[in-house]
Design a protein around this ligand. Structure first.
Ligand SMILES: Nc1ncnc2c1ncn2[C@@H]1O[C@H](COP(=O)(O)OP(=O)(O)OP(=O)(O)O)[C@@H](O)[C@H]1O
Ligand SMILES: [Mg+2]
Length: 270
């Protein structure tokens, strides 16, 4: 077991909260391209995630889910509105904010350089953020995600899909963030490995009291990991539900009902 509390003291990464919300999205509009090619990916979306909460974003492909996550790390062009992490705008490029909030991509190669060993991939953020005890922290992170030291000098292509996703999660947690943005964290994996990764994410959240924003097209994943969720369609929030509402299929929207009927496992859990 990793000594979380000891390392937390050393790598204390909190950016002083400038707001009550861990994640704040208010009337957010994102438009890709201009003129006739303009693409309104997100239209007037508002959602708020409290510290320690796990919030899900579900919806069909192209509905704008990843765009919202990417706004929280300062990537897409925001036309108007607010996307903040602990009250801070990620576009300001504050290095400390990147320690507070990390993203796990659907494709682990989004986090892992194919030509770098896991040792290098995991050491790099520590060096950038001038955090000491690199050797110890890399070993701890690999242990914590169930990989262990024997994987340390492997390249990403020398891992199975599930091991690669564990390595990507190790890279996300090595800076001891308060918040993880999880973009389809299991959709590239087969069903048995999906369960392992979901259990790992649930355990990490409990141990570290992490805040999660989880994107998935699979309502069963959202149901497993999240306390609340929003359903998106064509750049809009269709409705917000509690996990309980989801399990009982208490929905006000025909679109959500359609999504539920397409996601078989949630029905059987109610
Ligand atoms: N860089 C970009 N330039 C232009 N259009 C983009 C860009 N990124 C995304 N889009 C468009 O914005 C819309 C929303 O994309 P986004 O990736 O947020 O959807 P998503 O809900 O995450 O979909 P999926 O479930 O397939 O990952 C899509 O129509 C997509 O084609
Ligand atoms: Mg996406």
């Amino acid at each position: 077991m990793v000594e979380v509390s000891a390392s937390k003291t050393e790598a204390c990464n909190d950016v002083s909260p400038a707001a009550d919300w861990a994640l704040e999205i208010s009337d957010l509009n994102v438009v890709y391209n201009t003129g006739v090619r303009a693409m309104h990916a997100v239209s007037g979306v508002s959602l708020h995630v409290a510290e320690g909460e796990a919030f899900g974003l579900a919806g069909e492909s192209g509905s704008g889910k990843s765009t919202i996550l990417r706004c929280l790390v300062g990537l897409p062009p925001i036309a108007s509105g607010i996307a903040k992490v602990t009250g801070h705008d990620p576009r300001a490029g504050e290095l400390r904010l990147y320690r507070t909030c990390q993203m796990v991509f659907q494709d682990p190669y989004g986090s892992l350089h194919p030509l770098q060993t896991l040792d290098r991939c995991l050491s790099e953020p520590l060096i950038i953020h001038k955090i000491g005890n690199v050797d110890k922290r890399v070993r701890q992170a690999l242990d914590h995600v169930g990989l262990g030291a024997k994987f340390r000098f492997r390249y990403p292509h020398q891992l199975s899909g599930g091991q690669r996703q564990r390595a990507a999660i190790a890279r996300a947690i090595i800076l001891e963030p308060r918040t993880l943005l999880l973009d389809e964290p299991t959709s590239a994996l087969d069903v048995s490995v999906q369960a392992e990764i979901l259990n790992l994410l649930a355990d990490l959240r409990e141990e570290r009291n992490l805040t999660y924003l989880v994107v998935s097209h699979d309502l069963a994943v959202v149901d497993f990991l999240c306390d609340r969720l929003a359903i998106m369609n064509q750049g809009l929030i269709v409705e917000e539900l509690s996990r309980d509402d989801l399990c009982r299929q208490k929905t006000a929207s025909e679109y959500t009902r359609m999504l539920l009927s397409a996601s078989d496992s949630v029905w059987t859990k109610a």
